[in-house]
Design a protein around this ligand. Sequence first.
Ligand SMILES: Cc1cc2nc3c(=O)[nH]c(=O)nc-3n(C[C@H](O)[C@H](O)[C@H](O)COP(=O)(O)OP(=O)(O)OC[C@H]3O[C@@H](n4cnc5c(N)ncnc54)[C@H](O)[C@@H]3O)c2cc1C
Length: 324
Amino acid sequence: MTQIQKIITEKFADLQPMHDFVLAPLTYMKIGGPAEVFLELKTRASIVDVVQFCTSQKIPMTVFGGASNVIIDDAGLKGVVLCIANDEYEISAEDAHVVRAGAGMKTAIFVRKTIDDGLQGLEYFLGVPGKLGGAIYNNAHYMSNLIGEYVTRVEVIQENGKIVWLEKEACHFAYDYSLFHENRDILLSVEFRLTDGEKNLSLQLIKEATEYRAQTQPLGEPSSGCYFRNSPNTPELQKLLPQFAEKKEVPSSYLIDHAGLKGTKVGGVSVSKKHAAFFVNDGKGSSEDVKELAEVVKQRVFAEYGVQLREEVFFLKEKSYAKL
Ligand SMILES: Cc1cc2nc3c(=O)[nH]c(=O)nc-3n(C[C@H](O)[C@H](O)[C@H](O)COP(=O)(O)OP(=O)(O)OC[C@H]3O[C@@H](n4cnc5c(N)ncnc54)[C@H](O)[C@@H]3O)c2cc1C
């Protein structure tokens, strides 16, 4: 047993920490080695206890929610890996349009509950896999809709162990971006402001979005969604691709597809033939395959369009919350 395994097991035996726990099956990409210690935290209180303890003891932590937007290294993760799973849900007693939920609640379940409670606004996000914490971390999008637009406040544990509510403006939401890329805050809860809904209309929007996803995305295959972000438009791209001239971003799927990369494979990982921005795993893929394929795609797209693609997914290997 390692020192960290011993410390965490003694301190948090009731949370059933797992040692050398292989993470691949938990991820949508089905890639990733073992966590030195793995904990699934189902309550806000347990997240606070573990995070504050690990921070005070300088034990490295890595966090994920649904693991639908991450690649985990085959070598695994040192320290404590936390799966955030708190799924509290409440409508504000002061304002029936304000809803708060745990960062570990599945996004689809949250959206469905808000609709059942007579609210609308988040329908397009019902099809986004994973949990609210992950959706807020990267400001999940559907077409031009960004989930951050509906957020009023986010509750976090900061690196110094303090728990604070951050107003929406402080979260700096932008396309595929939030403040949480820049710091080591761990999201505990999210508060949204929605509007009065009409259930049948909401269900119709969900149906349309679900059908569109099924037509355009390789939903049956292991993947982390779009591997690359869409690329900021530039005067050069506007001339080269006038069909996107009015858009702020050019779809990475278009660039990858028209660079002839659909189906390109390294080891067990390939560029999806259905949606060129998705990397899919045939079940034998490794994190090295993912990185190599990403290089092949980046180089070809740069050669064709002069565009430097940037990852939308997150490599958890490089993300450690506490300094050793
Ligand atoms: C088939 C498919 C379709 C997809 N479609 C969409 C789409 O339409 N739109 C879209 O935006 N995305 C899409 N995605 C990507 C992904 O589902 C979303 O980004 C999702 O919101 C990620 O949530 P998650 O809980 O799985 O995050 P994870 O993958 O668990 O984590 C992602 C990042 O967030 C951080 N994080 C997670 N929870 C916390 C927390 N509580 N505190 C601090 N940091 C945290 C992690 O450390 C990591 O860096 C798709 C993915 C797949 C597989």
